[in-house]
Design a binder for this molecule. Structure first.
Ligand SMILES: *Cc1c(COP(=O)(O)O)cnc(C)c1O
Length: 814
């Protein structure tokens, strides 16, 4: 896309100010942090409830960006760039995308539903790309922002589009429909996701169906609810397992390789083998099959292609690599759009200066190889990739376009060369098309540990952070507590993500936690809650900021500050208002003030206190007493010292229950990790951590036989027992064994029987269809950390922070 600013001005009905009118743009951005922003970028300054991208414009101009869509021109930016002024920048982006869409008239498949959109989209791309030049949404870009960005990737080289639309509340689909204008609609599985945003299921389905209001055909699984809600003029192409009046009637026959679909369609009967057994994959396969039938594919082609469908991995995973490397594993897809996303992710997660890319041939229908790899090269250079390994015959021919590049004809050649290559202290993005089997490269580079892992969903952390942000006044700052290794979820990776989201502060308990983060390159200010006097020197050396909670501590700190000739070193003053843990008491305040009046060694960055019962409304009065005392003592300090520091009091449940006591900042902890004390609020949060293992062994035992130490379990009947390699040394409480706790295997509960051992536990899987090697969920969505904590008479904090460091953490983004 190359467009003049003049044209864009007209499309958006915007007012233009500043700069030159003969400029052109060739890419769109909404992310101020992307290294891909340049002088040909049109930057849309989106405004969210708590984020306003207008504040990044000055920096973006310094970085060379020249064209902005804004609601107003930020101070001192007049005449420094082109500004297109609109009422609402998100709507302008959507309008721009809708205009772009209107320039093309090839078939566009629009997908919506609660589950399966992304999988069906990826499979359709696989099934149809031998015959079409397909453009599709990258990853799961299906939101109010994601859809316009996806649509803007369309160009005249394509002849089929596949786009997904996701909504979470009312009145969102009309906007997405106007942008996608699908000619073919597919309704995938309607589950319970996002029910909160709607009064009932009918309303949700009705809203989703709006995507198809101008479609020529709607493909769906025939069912009476949807049928009743469809516009009577809509043309449908339906399928069913039970209703013979559906256009396509299907009977399922499970077999060794998966499932055979017996298809009855317009008097022809035929069979299609698919490699899946579970309901969701079967339904998604059928949605794809319906498109092939609608496009009049012949039976043989359908059979040949459908049997090759594959499980889809849409996530970008961060893993620990050998020699202190960090791996970003995206070894499943390779197209230009998803490369852009992966490179942005690499930048946001890079833990080393050195960035390496391992890249396969890219399958981009439409462009010539010369055009395509020139674009790829620009992208790699813009992202400051240190070195590149390219694998594949096509990309190898363009080797000289990439910095520090080595090329390999195929994955096997790379693996043969691998012992002579060196990898260390670098972040490595591994990105390849599926058939290159880059998973073998990932397994070479990955640090080996045992099979139990804690998976951390970085999107969920972002979601939870935004959820709490939305509860705050726009001016309230956020400190996120990352003490105790980020509540067990990981220190650096989470700090890096939070830095990316521009939170204001991080909080740790001890100096060494802060030092680890600073050494790893975290730039955010870090408050140390509980600094021992012996750590003051290293606190100062590492530019950490201590919380000072006693006269003794203050004197000790001032003494060191004086020796080091410090001026205005930032410190935080903690007042005890009733927690009785750490803090200056009311009777110390006058002395505190007089010491501070007479020194310029330190400066009071903030004043804080901590609530003892913010989660328990039975103690409402006590909390109000604490809030009042904090108001009184902190105001006194502000007045007498004539200072204006940040004041902060609330933790997660404080944010929920005492919104009026936000002051200037809140200290968000457990909520960002996806756990709330409040049942209603819990529904709004996304699960962050999933503790997973696998079945090591399965055995059958007879009635009367025992399992484990002390023979504490005796079977009543003949039973099937699975052994799982996770025990109390990994942080699973022994109290969770002996019939109290359970794990989830293939979506079914398996009770933990006998005593939990140091490194293993055993479960009863008599009634579960499972085999050795199958995945086991210890906690996550089922059971939740909250549920375990309740049954064990403790709190979720303890469960999360107990997971031992020998359990490998894997971070991923969807
Ligand atoms: C841990 C901690 C928090 C965060 O508490 P959550 O309940 O996890 O939100 C806030 N302030 C202080 C002083 C803390 O120690």
């Amino acid at each position: 896309m190359t467009l003049s600013i003049k044209t864009i001005e007209q499309i958006l009905h915007a007012k233009r100010f500043g700069g030159v009118s003969n400029g052109t743009i060739d890419n769109i951005s909404i992310d101020s942090r992307s290294l891909q922003n340049n002088e040909k970028t049109l930057f849309f300054a989106l405004v969210g409830p708590n984020n306003d991208a207008h504040i990044y414009i000055t920096t973006l101009i310094e970085k060379g960006v020249q064209n902005f869509v804004v609601t107003h021109i930020p101070d001192k930016c007049e005449n420094k760039a082109n500004f297109l002024i609109v009422d609402n920048t998100l709507e302008a982006l959507q309008q721009f995308a809708a205009h772009h869409r209107s320039l093309f008239d090839f078939p566009i498949i629009g997908l919506t539903g609660s589950n399966g959109k992304t999988i069906v989209k990826e499979w359709l791309n696989f099934l149809l790309s031998p015959d079409f030049n397909v453009v599709r949404s990258p990853k799961s870009y299906n939101s109010q922002v994601g859809v316009p960005l996806s649509i803007l990737a369309i160009n005249q080289k394509y002849n089929l589009g596949i786009f997904e639309a996701g909504i979470s509340k009312r009145n969102e689909m009309d906007k997405l429909e106007a942008i996608i204008k699908p000619t073919i609609g597919i309704l995938t599985n309607i589950g319970s996701a996002h029910n909160e945003g709607f009064t009932n299921i009918d309303e949700k389905i009705k809203e989703k169906l709006l995507l198809f209001q101008h479609s020529n055909i709607i493909i769906y699984q025939k069912n009476s609810i949807v049928k009743a809600l469809l516009d009577s003029n809509s043309k449908t192409f339906s399928w069913s397992f039970t209703d013979k009046t559906a256009a396509v009637f299907i009977i399922l026959k499970p077999n060794q390789e998966g499932t055979v679909l017996q298809i009855h369609y317009v008097k022809t009967n035929f069979e299609v083998q698919i490699p899946f057994k579970e309901d969701a994959s079967i339904e998604n396969s059928i949605s794809c099959l319906m498109v092939l039938l609608y496009f009049n594919y012949n039976i043989e082609t359908i059979q040949n292609r459908m049997k090759l469908l594959f499980p889809v991995e849409m996530r970008l995973k961060v893993k620990d690599g050998i020699n202190n490397c960090t791996l970003i594993d995206d070894s499943y897809s390779s197209d230009f759009q998803s490369l852009k996303i992966a490179l942005d992710f690499l930048e946001s997660q890079k833990q080393h200066e050195k960035k390496t890319l391992i890249l396969s041939d890219i399958f981009e229908s439409g462009l010539t190889n010369e055009e395509l790899y020139s674009k790829v090269s620009q992208l790699i250079v813009a992202n400051k990739i240190t070195r590149v390994f390219v694998i594949g015959e096509t990309i190898s021919a363009f080797e000289n376009k990439f910095p520090n590049c080595s090329s390999f004809e195929n994955t096997k050649k790379f693996i043969i060369a691998y012992p002579n290559l060196t990898f260390g202290n670098e972040t490595i993005l591994i990105k390849g098309a599926r058939h290159f089997q880059f998973e073998t490269i990932v397994s070479l580079l990955e640090r080996k540990t045992h099979e139990t892992i804690l998976e951390i969903n970085l999107n969920a952390i972002s979601h939870n952070l935004n959820f709490y942000k939305s509860k705050l006044k726009p001016t309230t700052k956020i400190m996120v507590m990352v003490k105790a290794f980020g509540y067990g979820s990981g220190g650096f990776e989470i700090a890096k993500l939070l830095e990316h989201h521009k939170v204001d502060y991080l909080g740790v308990a001890f100096a060494d936690e802060g030092i680890t983060l600073k050494n790893a390159g975290i730039k955010l200010p870090i408050m140390v809650l509980n600094p021992e006097s012996t750590s003051f020197l290293s606190i100062i050396q590492h530019q950490l900021e201590p919380e000072i909670y006693s006269l003794k501590g203050l004197h000790a700190f001032l003494k060191i500050a004086e020796q080091l000739n410090l001026v205005h070193f930032p410190i935080h003053i903690k007042i005890d208002t009733g927690m009785h843990r750490l803090g200056f008491e009311e009777e110390n305040i006058n002395e505190l003030i007089s010491i501070l009046q007479n020194t310029n060694l330190v400066t009071i960055k903030s004043i804080l206190s901590h609530l003892a019962t913010s989660d328990d409304l039975n103690h409402l009065e006590f909390t109000h007493y604490q809030i009042n005392l904090f108001e009184k003592l902190s105001s006194k300090m502000l007045f007498e010292l004539q200072i204006n520091p940040i004041r902060h009091l609330l933790n997660t449940s404080g944010i929920t229950n005492f919104p009026d006591a936000q002051y200037d900042m809140v200290r968000l902890g457990i909520g960002v990790y996806g756990v709330s004390n409040d049942l209603e609020e819990q529904k709004e949060l996304e699960n962050v951590s999933t503790l997973k293992s696998v079945i090591s062994q399965i055995r059958s035992i007879q009635a009367g036989e025992s399992v484990g130490y002390g023979r504490r379990f005796i079977a009543n009947d003949s039973s099937k027992i699975a052994t799982i390699p996770i025990g109390y040394a990994d942080g699973i409480s022994r109290a969770w064994g002996n019939g109290l706790g359970f794990v989830t295997i293939n979506n079914q509960k398996a009770i933990i029987i006998g005593s939990i051992c140091m490194d293993m536990l055993m479960v009863d899987c008599t009634k579960i269809d499972c085999k050795e090697g199958d995945e086991v969920i210890i906690f996550g969505k089922i059971p939740t950390v909250n549920e375990i904590a309740k049954k064990l008479n403790t709190i979720p904090y303890e469960i999360l922070t107990s997971i031992s460091q020998r359990v490998k953490r894997i971070y991923y983004r969807e």
